[in-house]
Design a protein around this ligand. Structure first.
Ligand code: ZN
Length: 138
């Protein structure tokens, strides 16, 4: 069995951003040489997500608006922020949007459904954070 590991680094300009990381993951799959297997992509921070959805700007605006309803930044009184942090909303948003994505690799390519793309969801950015890509297979 082959195994390949890579880290992708991000330092977003905004506190919250969605970044399409599909090209970087496709590069990692090519570098792995795996033809049949699995690709795990996960955020290594508890205030960021990896998720799969459509690369459509209206949808991303909808995600942001919807997340602010569930976990508004700076308005709600959060117990976590009593510790001196201000990122309780980012922890909650990360939990809603998920930690990781797993995609099958078939004939050397990510085996997506229609319109599926992999995104890094940042909820407490403006600092260096990373994503792990782990590929296993034959
Ligand atoms: Zn925190």
């Amino acid at each position: 069995m082959k195994s390949y590991t890579e880290q992708l680094w991000f330092n977003t300009r905004n506190r919250q951003e969605f970044i399409n990381i599909t090209p970087q993951v496709e590069k990692a799959v090519a570098a792995s040489g795996v033809e049949e297997g699995l690709c795990l992509v996960n955020a290594m921070h508890i205030t960021a997500s990896v998720f799969i959805n459509d690369d459509e700007s209206g949808l991303h605006a909808d995600f942001s608006r919807w997340l602010e309803k569930f976990a508004p930044y700076g308005k709600e009184k959060y117990r976590h922020n009593d510790s001196g942090e201000d990122n309780a909303d980012a922890h909650l948003k990360r939990t809603i949007m998920g930690r990781e994505a797993v995609v099958a690799i078939t004939k050397g390519k990510l085996d997506f459904g229609p319109w599926e793309q992999i995104f890094y969801g940042e909820f407490d950015g403006r600092r260096r954070k990373r994503v792990l890509v782990k590929i296993i297979g034959e």
